[in-house]
Ligand binder design. Structure first.
Ligand code: DGJ
Length: 733
């Protein structure tokens, strides 16, 4: 009897799962769960054919029970279920913030979207794609929703495709990528603001009813005031280890907009996409508008796990060469600014070798002749070597670098132009500016109109010419220092397409660069950290978090970035910013991809010896930092000592960075700091590394503890005023 019952139940479940995953359209209510390892997004099709999100949260043990999740929205004839619509249309039965809003070819502004069909495809091992087709019952207008689930990382990417078959163009007023719904007793938003040299300043607050908008209208360098990354904790603020939290971001290198609407029924609606500010999009019949991707990860074990999931996902699927190597370097920007010549650079190449890093990076100022680039007021756009600074060209320097046993990289800012340049004189129509208004500058420059294919060819040509003339060039730093003022394109018929077409144009160029030069490392820089997102990082191996390299500030900036981006992508340079000694500055820069931007000649013997040894030490631990798991142990905003741990995937090696961030009362680490991510059964030998010449460590002798002990009791790195920065190495025995 029992046996029979079990068989029936199994059959029922199988039938349910089949219905869920087979892609068959039903007129009855149906449930469409999308699961990752620990998380589920559940969509429900109502008998009205509305597609709603009925659940986003922890995965259930039994798939069959997703259909029993109660609708958290009050449903009645007055509330037709559009409050938790999977893609909220406007102008018909919905009065909440829409995901999509249109004017049809006949001038009508109403849109309704009903379920047509769905299918789930297994794209590759561990990645599935759910597609849901929606259609307006009155107009030939269709939207397909895409949900791509990365099983092991608990990451979901969402986007949509919009198309129609109307008798003329349809205007899209809003066209979000994602429309999510969360249900909790309260919601805490962690968001970021910033400015030049003050990137990634966090604020965390409880959301109140109404709409909170995170957005950018800067066009290029979109992150300058506000990056697209955010976190939402459910019920209570999540910590590193505890709490339910969603980390999300739009993958788009231009204007973005994320609405977080706490609705009257205490549900949180998250709608994210390209910012529709000044961007009505005229969609032609048959044209498909594909939104950028919104991605999120959901963790029920706090922010730490969420961030490690994102790091793994980024290294596996997004960041260019995420599992590869990176080049340590010496950059000349702060060492010389614009004041250099061939002789000086040749000396710097020797310094690069002396320091022991892999590459010399020549920064801004190497180009332009009619209006030489001797400052930031002229020359941008004229990408031929400046003859008085570099009479023998870049080629000679590349060869000289090679003779010194180092590689050579170069800075470019190909999207921009100074009005004082030959490029501007020849192609004023390539520049974004209003025809009837005064020009308005950001860092004395203007933005080129990348919506124009001729400009795309030009920008691609800047990169291509450099590599064609110097095939041994090993690295590019791609800068972007201005925002878009006076948005107007001489190329486009429809001006409200400019912000979108600019970014599309940028991606077309980057696609071409990567098709021809797939592996060359490139740094994504934007007057500091003005442009960092996962769409751009598909083309770049690393990003520049901030021009602020004061190590104390960098601890905070790198800390916040580390929630969203893996350390291998964070380009950190040792400079003369800040009051801390060279050891402190170097230790902080080591928590990512190490570089230097100092005058080697100015270092005293001990400082030089320290830096040379530090590069060697770094070469021994960089694999753990780049490819391991990152654990934020003690937060610099809440403790006197900030501690960050990296553990390799085999749990055999660890690197623990510790910094005194508050020394008002010499508040060092008086107590042990609990470690994380170790194998409890293994013993770890702890030793201090990267010591300054002539100093010794109080952490000496036999320091062997089990992973269990280190995670439950901890270890005191003995950080105090005389030891403001301490790096410990862990080696499993
Ligand atoms: C801004 C960047 O952030 C700096 O590192 C440097 O490359 C300058 N631009 C050069 O103009």
């Amino acid at each position: 009897m029992m046996q029979k019952k079990r068989v029936r139940l199994t059959l029922l479940i199988n039938l349910f799962v089949y219905c869920c995953f087979s892609g068959i359209a039903y007129s009855q209510t149906q449930t469409i769960p999308l699961e990752t390892k620990h998380h589920a997004l559940v969509l429900q099709v109502s008998d009205q054919q509305d597609v709603r999100i009925s659940y986003l949260g922890r995965r259930l043990n039994r798939v069959a029970e997703y259909k029993s999740i109660p609708d958290t929205y009050k449903q009645s004839t007055d509330y037709t279920g559009l409050l938790n619509s999977a893609y909220t249309p406007s102008g018909s039965r919905n009065l909440m913030e829409p995901a999509i809003s249109v004017t049809h070819a006949d001038g009508n502004q109403s849109l309704d979207l009903r379920y047509v069909s769905h299918e789930i495809q297994q794209l590759e091992d561990g990645i599935s794609l759910l597609k849901i087709a929606l259609k307006d019952p009155v107009y030939p207008f269709e939207v397909t929703l895409f949900y791509k689930a990365y099983f092991k990382d608990d990451v979901v990417e969402q986007w949509s495709e919009i198309k129609h078959d109307e008798r003329g163009a349809v205007t899209l007023h809003k066209f979000a990528s994602a429309n999510l719904h969360l249900k909790a007793s309260a919601y805490w938003l962690r968001q970021y603001y910033g400015d030049w040299a003050r990137e990634m300043q966090p604020e965390e607050e409880k959301l109140t009813h109404g709409i909170k908008v995170l957005d950018s209208k800067l066009g290029t360098r979109a992150n300058l005031f506000q990056p697209p990354v955010f976190m939402v904790s459910l019920d209570r603020p999540a910590t590193e280890h505890e709490g339910e939290v969603l980390l999300g971001s739009l993958q788009w290198s231009g204007n973005f907009r994320t609405d977080l609407e706490l609705d009257p029924q205490n549900n949180l609606r998250i709608i994210s996409g390209i910012n529709n500010y000044a961007s009505d999009y005229s969609l032609e019949k048959g044209e498909v508008f594909t939104t950028p991707v919104f991605m999120y990860t959901f963790s029920a074990q706090g922010k730490g796990l969420a961030s490690r999931n994102l790091h793994n996902w980024a290294r596996d699927y997004k960041l260019l060469d995420g599992h590869g190597q990176r080049l340590t370097l010496l950059n000349n920007w702060e060492a010389t600014y614009f004041d250099f010549n061939e002789e000086k650079l040749k000396a710097l190449l020797k310094d690069t070798k002396k320091l022991g890093v892999d590459l010399f990076l020549l920064d801004d100022g190497w180009f332009a002749n009619k209006y030489p680039r001797n400052g930031d007021t002229a020359g941008l756009g004229d990408w031929e070597e400046n003859r008085s600074k570099l009479p023998n060209g870049i080629g000679t320097l590349v060869k000289e670098a090679s003779a010194n046993g180092v590689k050579f990289g170069i800075w470019i800012e190909p999207e921009m132009v100074n009005p004082k340049s030959e490029l501007y004189e020849t192609h004023p129509d390539w520049v974004i500016k209003q025809p009837k208004r005064d020009e308005y500058y950001f860092r004395n420059q203007l933005v080129l109109d990348l919506s124009n294919p001729d400009v795309q060819d030009f920008v691609f040509g800047v990169v291509d010419d450099l590599f064609t003339e110097n095939p041994d060039l090993a690295y590019i730093k791609w800068d972007c220092n201005a925002v878009i003022y006076n948005a107007y394109s001489a190329h486009l018929d429809n001006q409200s397409h400019l912000y979108i077409e600019y970014v599309r144009g940028l991606y077309k160029v980057l696609e071409r660069v990567r098709a021809k030069y797939p592996t060359v490392p490139m740094m994504l820089c934007s007057g500091g950290g003005g442009r960092v997102d996962y769409a751009a990082l598909q083309y770049f191996t690393e990003y520049w978090p901030s021009d602020n390299t004061d190590p104390m500030e960098r601890i905070f900036i790198q800390w916040e970035n580390s929630y969203f981006y893996p350390a291998i992508a964070s380009a950190n340079h040792v400079t003369d910013w800040g009051k801390q000694p060279i050891k402190f500055r170097t230790d902080v820069a080591m928590m990512g991809k190490l570089g230097f931007d100092i005058v080697i000649d100015h270092l005293n013997d001990n400082d030089l010896a320290f830096c040379q040894q530090a590069v060697k030490t770094y070469n021994g631990i960089k694999g753990t930092i780049w490819h391991g798991d990152q654990y934020r142990l003690t937060h610099p905003r809440e403790n006197s000592v900030a501690s960050m741990l990296f553990v390799d995937k085999a749990k055999e090696k660890g690197v623990l960075f510790n910094y005194l961030v508050n020394n008002r009362y010499d508040e060092g680490s008086h107590l042990p700091i609990k470690l994380d991510g170790l194998d409890p059964e293994r013993n770890y030998r702890i030793s201090e590394i990267n010591l300054y010449p002539g100093t010794s460590s109080p952490i000496a002798g036999e320091q062997v503890y089990s992973g269990d002990f280190l995670m439950k009791i901890g270890f005191n790195p003995q950080v105090r005023k005389a030891r403001e920065s301490v790096i410990l190495q862990l080696e499993a025995e």
